[in-house]
Ligand binder design. Structure first.
Ligand SMILES: [Zn+2]
Length: 102
């Protein structure tokens, strides 16, 4: 068994699959956790927020740099105006409605 490290948490299932596909094109093995919870349960929301991406420890640094290179949206961002932490899916701060800035 290889050591696994969590690469990202909090993405939704669609994002997680996008990231996974991206990393796999770089021959990095990615394991999604949380996804299995969807099986057979039925009507869970598609924007389920507890998906985690795990990679082998030796791939972690490369995986992080790949995600940065591709400007992958981070699970969370901090509002420049009120410093509230917002989920990555939000384009505007939920608290003060300031636009997300890069
Ligand atoms: Zn704000």
């Amino acid at each position: 068994m290889e050591d696994k490290k969590v690469l990202l948490t909090g993405g939704n299932l669609l994002q997680a699959h996008t990231w996974k596909g991206l990393l796999e094109t770089h021959t990095i093995t990615v394991e999604l956790k949380g996804e299995a919870l969807l099986g057979g349960v039925g009507e869970l929301p598609v924007d389920m927020q507890n998906v985690e991406l795990w990679v082998n420890k030796r791939d972690l640094t490369q995986a992080q740099s790949i995600l940065e290179t591709h400007n992958v949206e981070r699970p969370q961002w901090t509002c420049v105006q009120c410093h509230e932490i917002n989920h990555g899916n939000f384009e505007f701060c939920w608290q003060c409605s300031a636009q997300k800035s890069e």
